[in-house]
Design a protein around this ligand. Structure first.
Ligand code: BG6
Ligand code: MG
Length: 219
C-alpha cells in the first residue's frame, strides 16, 4: 500500500500562476531580434527548464555567427529584464479561486505545502501575488545546480519540509517536472500541458481535484 501523502509540492509557473505567457512574450522578443522562429510548441519545451537551458533550446534554430558565453549570458539577462517588467503587472488577482481555495483546504487538512520551481524569480512572484506566507517551504532556482528533470528542487523542498520524499505529491504542468517528481520517488499529478501526456500518477483538470486525491483512503 502507498504511504500517506503528507505534503504537496507545487510547481510555480503554469500551476499556481500563469506566468507562462510572460515567459513566452519575453523569449519571443529575444528570438525575433535574432530572427529565430519561436512559437507555442517551442515554448512548451521550456516548461520547467532553467533560463540558460531555455536559451539553448531557442538557439537550436539559430544559424548566425556563433555566440560567445558572455553574449548568451547577456541575452538571458535581457530576457529576464523584459520578463520582470511584465511580472510587475501581477497582483493577488492573478491567483485563481481554484488555486486559493485548494491551498486553503489543503492547509485545513494539515497537509504541508511547498513550492518546487526552477525559477530564480520564485520569491519575487510569490510576493507579487501575495502567496509567500501560504507555504511551509520554498525551493527554487537559486538553491539548485540542476534543473528539472533532475529531482534536485523537489528533494530540496522535502528536505526543507523535513519529510520523506515518499510522503510528497508533486503537482506539475511540465513533462520535465513529472519526470523530476518520479525521479525524486514522489507521487505526481499533472495539470495543463503535462496532463495530455499521461505520464503522471494523477491527471488533474482542476487543482481542486487534489482534495479528493488526499481524501482517498485507499491511496
Ligand atoms: C520555470 C519555467 O518555472 O522556470 C521555465 O517553467 C523557466 O519556463 C524557468 O525557464 C526559469 O525561470 P526564471 O524565472 O529563473 O527565468
Ligand atoms: Mg511549470
Amino acid at each position: 500500500m502507498n504511504t500517506k501523502i503528507r505534503a504537496v509540492i507545487f510547481d510555480l509557473d503554469g500551476v499556481l500562476v500563469f506566468t507562462d505567457r510572460f515567459h513566452y512574450q519575453a523569449w519571443k522578443k529575444i528570438a525575433d531580434e535574432l530572427k529565430i522562429p519561436f512559437d507555442e510548441q517551442i515554448n512548451n519545451r521550456l516548461r520547467g527548464v532553467s533560463r540558460m537551458e531555455s536559451l539553448e533550446i531557442i538557439l537550436e534554430q539559430y544559424y548566425g555567427t556563433p555566440l560567445s558565453s558572455t553574449c548568451k549570458e547577456a541575452l538571458a539577462e535581457k530576457k529576464n529584464g523584459i520578463y520582470r517588467e511584465l511580472l510587475t503587472q501581477m497582483s493577488s488577482a492573478d491567483v485563481s479561486d481554484a488555486v486559493r481555495d485548494t491551498l486553503t483546504q489543503l492547509k485545513k487538512k494539515n497537509c504541508l505545502l511547498a513550492v518546487g520551481s526552477s525559477s530564480r524569480n520564485t520569491r519575487f512572484i510569490l510576493e507579487r501575488v501575495q502567496l509567500t506566507d501560504v507555504f511551509d517551504a520554498v525551493a527554487d532556482g537559486t538553491m539548485i545546480s540542476r534543473s528539472k528533470p533532475d529531482p534536485e528542487v523537489f528533494l530540496k523542498a522535502a528536505e526543507l519540509l523535513k519529510i520523506a520524499p515518499g510522503q510528497c505529491l508533486v503537482v506539475e504542468d511540465a513533462d520535465a517536472g513529472i519526470e523530476a517528481g518520479k525521479r525524486a520517488c514522489m507521487r505526481t499529478a499533472a495539470i495543463g500541458d503535462a496532463a495530455a501526456h499521461g505520464k503522471a500518477d494523477y491527471i488533474l483538470s482542476s487543482l481542486t481535484e487534489l482534495l479528493s486525491i488526499l481524501d482517498d483512503k485507499k491511496r
